[in-house]
Design a protein around this ligand. Structure first.
Ligand SMILES: [Zn+2]
Ligand SMILES: [Zn+2]
Length: 276
């Protein structure tokens, strides 16, 4: 497994690689723009070159982009929907420019319109994103904790989104350990993890799983709380992470920790995961 953090971008895109080097990442995740604002910044030719050079010499691979928080592909509001598609499309273009493997996104909330509506809406957004962008960068739908009217807290729902989208080659998914646990999948035991892998295989196919978000959970099993804890310090516990890290089906995936790591008091999650 290649371990890394979600790193900050403090200036040009290359600063994300530098932050990744500083914190001992083999892979990184970064935002394509300000996470709370619509609209993206273009990547200049020089910036793209600088990024590619730093990526190559550091060996950091893959680079993953995480869509901004405002994106809601299932939004009943036409304006939010259009902005979401535009934001994801520009993130996919940015990924292509930077040589990033994928854009990871939360898939959305139907806001009371129902699951079927949500699934159709998301499939429409996915189709439009791929119509607007070429290239190889994948769009990875992230598993959710299942709060409110969110779509994506069961693998069956994911399967429905893939079905409705027509299984485009560039569509994949990302499993967040905290979200899956909060959604009600008990991954604390080997049997529990095997059960999750079976469901993924049945409804989507493990070949579409392209990244893991490796976070422990402050919330209990089935709590629907999206609250990350440092590895081994939450309700999931270290034994589960040991099993996940060493699982043959997951071995080749990048695993991104989405927790603070800047201050000396923060535990070194990457070192801990590697020790497993
Ligand atoms: Zn995540
Ligand atoms: Zn989360």
């Amino acid at each position: 497994m290649r371990f890394g953090y979600h790193v900050g971008v403090s200036g040009p895109p290359v600063s994300a690689i530098l932050n990744g080097i500083d914190t001992g990442c083999d892979a990184i995740q970064m935002f394509p723009g300000s996470p709370q604002q619509w609209g993206t910044t273009e990547v200049g030719d020089e910036e793209a070159l600088e990024f590619a050079e730093a990526k190559r010499s550091s060996g950091i691979d893959p680079v993953l982009l995480h869509s901004i928080y405002l994106v809601n592909m299932a939004a009943p509001s036409e304006q939010i929907f259009k902005r979401s598609v535009a934001s994801l499309s520009s993130a996919l273009q940015k990924a292509e420019r930077l040589g990033a493997a994928a854009v990871i996104t939360h898939i959305g909330n139907h806001k009371g319109e129902g699951e079927e509506y949500g699934v159709r809406r998301i499939a429409g957004a996915v189709t439009e994103c791929f119509e607007r962008t070429g290239g190889e960068a994948m769009l990875l739908l992230e598993t959710t904790a299942g709060a409110g009217t969110s779509i994506g807290n069961t693998f069956e729902q994911f399967g429905a989104v893939f079905d409705a989208s027509g299984w485009p080659a560039r569509l994949g998914f990302c499993m967040d350990t905290c979200h899956v646990f909060a959604a009600g999948y008990d991954i604390r035991t080997p049997e529990g993890i095997e059960g999750v892998l079976e469901e993924m295989e049945r409804f989507i196919g493990l070949d579409r799983l392209r990244a893991i978000h490796m976070n422990d959970s402050k919330g209990e099993l089935g709590s629907h709380l999206d609250r990350h804890a440092h590895i081994g310090e939450g309700e999931i516990g270290l034994a589960a992470f040991s099993y996940i890290v060493n699982h043959p089906a997951l071995r080749d995936l990048p695993a991104i920790v989405e927790l603070p790591h800047e201050s000396p008091e923060d535990p070194d999650d990457l070192a801990l995961l590697r020790s497993l």
